[in-house]
Design a protein around this ligand. Structure first.
Ligand code: ADP
Ligand code: ZN
Length: 723
């Protein structure tokens, strides 16, 4: 008897055996429908064997689905990722099967083509219908579309079908994506770009795993280099597929435009904003190997590529590659392993590489490709620090007089300004001036943020919101609630007041919801319809605004706060990126950073354009503390509805985390956000030496821990959030 092991996209500990009935042709990687309990489920064949005496009677597989199978390297990746992330394999498979209806052929639509019969009695309307159908034979229309175009009733079309002059055909709704053409539109690369491209191209030809750090200042032409690497991969093998990972949807707009221009075709997209139909189409085309260039957000790392040859992770240092909800993973880290299993070339691109990646490049594990200057005549912006202790803004104002002067000069020269503050809304804190009551989110350790445009108080953690109350909820004083601290809305209001003639716009995820709105905002800035843009990080990354010459950072210290070992590195990365928006088209750019800590190492590195000594210091600090990349971290989080329950659970977990050589356990401790949506939280942090398999330890411990069903336990390998 032939037996198939079927993995289901569910959090179950193992795969199940099913009988393969006679005549059903199955291979490893095939998607199948199987009976489970009283329902039918979809899963994937992970192994096949012959066994004439199975230990127990087995149910039969219902059918094989009409979908391209998962490749061996995809299956190996699922198995590895599950082990690494300490979750059942089915949880990873669930990420892979994110477009369930893509596993079935179809859907189909009925379209009209020319039939086999000639007719004698031809009216002008019929004549018009026939002509249009003939003209559209490359992309046939439906009955209603036809009727609409001709201005006739559907009955006319039906009549012609009946006579055989027209015929109905069933066509798939999902059409293949336009194939990219790599022969045209290539640009001449400069010396450094050419040298990098040659190394990458050689690796692509070798068809072995080869990781690279493409390390170049903002505007040095990294994107240009990987566009040509994509062209090389397309040409090298007619079935090659390329995945470009980007950290933000905001960036995809610019990159899509450049890819479309370079290859004469839009790439296949994969991110949270595409709808179910687009997902289905993309998934099927990727699994079948027909989609050649895919651009995606972090979840695209799980897509079922048939022949992945080149993987690009742009802005590899970006923290948004880390998924902090549901399945917790770091897409950049998974990309390395994905490329390894696929024997593919991996390009990690950044102007400010993460310590992890830089360390791998310095130690020779990754090839190190360097572009050290901006392309062409463009210079890097000149960076200045504004010491807020010496030049404080007026009370309840946020822009220092030094920055105000510089804005005035820039506007006078008819150039553009970007004021950057990574905080949405009007004010981050609202409190009562009479009794001191602080407006917080219910059952959550989080402030309510005032949004003036919507006149609401919003919790950025849970999404909870209320209209701003007129009376203090605590002492009931009228009009006593005051807004403390700045958000982008408040800075924009101040800019308008200072420069009444300037066109001021806010660019944040509140004002630009979705890819279209983002695209419009970027275009308006490019076209010079905005003088002062006040933006959050959505404005900081990837855009190319030719007339933008001044970047003002309102609060340079914002990301230094919080107990995160990567805080300094992150501040440096973000501010470098923001500053890099200025002066991209040959004009001299300036960036002014307002800070209370000008002596901070990250600030000094920015001021002196001295990335290497800053990263050297950071590296030494991490090495001394044996923190990543010189050690491994895992977080274990517990959540329960009461303090008592979560403390009992923390005691059980604490007892189960037996000490071992090369491992340290810290906790339990309540994290800064100890209460979210009514869930009380406790955290353990586990640090292991580099040579210790921390995932294996976590898995072993997890097995030994028995908690009440109402308690939630989450394991986060290489955590990025310490809140
Ligand atoms: P990065 O990705 O490093 O920030 P880009 O690839 O966006 O840099 O390049 C910055 C600017 O320089 C872009 O406008 C780009 O079109 C231009 N550029 C870079 N390399 C070339 C080249 N070889 N030929 C023409 N323009 C180039
Ligand atoms: Zn009050």
């Amino acid at each position: 008897m032939k037996i198939a092991q079927i993995l289901l996209p569910l959090p179950l500990p193992e795969a199940f055996d099913y009988e393969v009935r006679q005549g059903l042709d199955l291979a490893v990687g095939d998607f199948v429908k199987i009976p489970l309990a009283k329902a039918e489920k979809l899963g994937v064949v992970v192994s096949l064997r012959n066994d004439n005496e199975p230990p127990k009677p087995l149910k039969q597989i219902i059918e094989r689905l009409d979908a391209a199978p998962l490749t061996k390297d995809s299956l190996a990746f699922i198995e590895w990722a599950a082990k690494y992330l300490v979750v059942p394999q089915g949880v990873v498979l669930h990420q892979v099967m994110r477009a369930n209806d893509a596993l079935f052929a179809g859907p189909f639509a009925t379209k009209i083509t020319i039939g086999s019969e000639k007719i004698d009695k031809i009216t002008p309307v019929r004549e018009a219908v026939l002509q249009i159908v003939a003209a559209c034979d490359y992309a046939p229309l439906s009955k209603t579309e036809l009727a609409q175009i001709v201005g006739a009733s559907v009955a006319v079309v039906n009549g012609l079908v009946k006579l055989g002059a027209l015929a109905e055909i069933k066509m798939p709704v999902d059409l293949p994506f336009t194939q990219p053409s790599f022969e045209q539109n290539s640009r001449d690369l400069n010396l450094a770009q050419t040298a990098s491209l040659e190394v990458i191209s050689k690796a692509i030809d070798a068809e072995k795993f080869a990781p690279f750090l493409l390390d170049g200042v903002t505007g040095s032409g990294k994107t240009e280099v990987y566009l040509e690497a994509i062209a090389h991969a397309l040409a090298q093998n007619p079935t090659s597929q390329i995945l470009v990972l980007l950290p933000e949807i905001a960036l995809t707009q610019a990159v899509i435009a450049r890819i479309s221009q370079r290859f004469g075709a839009e790439p296949t997209l994969w991110h949270s904003e595409i709808n179910a139909n687009q997902k289905r189409r993309a998934w099927r085309e990727i699994a079948s190997g027909r989609a050649r260039i895919v651009i995606g957000a972090r979840s695209a790392i799980f897509l079922p590529f048939k022949n992945l040859r080149l993987l690009v992770v742009d802005e590899e240092h970006d923290a948004s590659y880390k998924q902090d909800d549901g399945l917790r993973y770091q897409a950049r880290d998974l990309a390395v392993v994905r490329a390894k299993f696929a024997n593919a070339t991996l390009v990690l691109a950044s102007a400010t590489p993460s310590l992890e990646t830089r360390n791998n490049a310095l130690s020779g594990r990754y090839g190190h490709l360097v572009l050290s200057s901006r392309f062409g005549v463009a210079n890097l912006p000149n960076i200045e620090l504004i010491d807020l202790k010496t030049y404080p803004p007026m009370p309840n104002h946020w822009i220092s007089s030094l920055l105000v002067e510089e804005i005035a000069t820039t506007l006078h020269a008819k150039e553009q300004v970007l004021l950057f503050l990574n905080r949405r809304g009007f004010a981050p804190v609202v409190l009562c001036s009479k009794c001191g009551h602080k407006m917080t989110s219910p059952e959550t350790d989080s402030w309510l943020v005032e949004h003036r445009y919507s006149n609401r108080l919003v919790c950025h953690l849970t999404g909870y919101s209320i209209p701003k109350p007129l009376n203090c909820p605590s002492c009931h004083s009228y009009d006593s609630l005051v807004s403390v601290g700045p958000g982008v809305e408040r800075v924009a209001a101040e800019a308008k007041q200072l420069f009444p003639k300037a066109r001021v716009e806010i660019f944040s995820s509140d004002t630009s919801t979705g890819p279209q709105a983002i695209k419009q905002m970027v275009e308006r800035m490019e076209n010079g319809e905005i003088d002062i843009m006040v933006g959050t990080q959505i404005a900081a990354k990837g855009h190319n605004f030719p007339n933008l010459t001044l970047v003002g950072v309102i609060d340079g210290d914002l990301s230094l706060k919080g107990g995160d070992p990567r805080a300094g590195e992150r501040t440096y990365q973000l501010l470098t990126q923001v500053a890099g928006r200025a002066g991209r088209a040959g004009k001299n750019g300036r960036a002014m950073i307002q800070t209370y800590y000008p002596e901070n190492e990250a600030m000094q590195a920015l001021l002196n354009d001295d990335r290497e000594s800053f990263l050297g210091i950071e590296t030494d600090m991490r090495a001394a503390a044996k923190m990543p990349p010189f050690g491994r971290l895992a977080a274990l989080q517990l959540m329960a509805k009461t303090d008592a329950a979560v403390d009992v659970a923390a005691k059980i977990v604490g007892d189960a985390l037996f000490p071992a050589h090369g491992i340290e356990v810290w906790g339990p401790a309540p994290p800064p956000m100890a209460l979210i949506r009514g869930w009380r939280r406790r955290r353990f942090l586990i640090r292991a030496d580099k040579n210790v398999d921390i995932s294996a330890f976590m898995a072993k411990w997890r097995k030994a821990i028995k908690l009440a069903p109402s308690v939630r336990l989450i394991i986060d390998i290489e955590p990025y959030s310490f809140m």
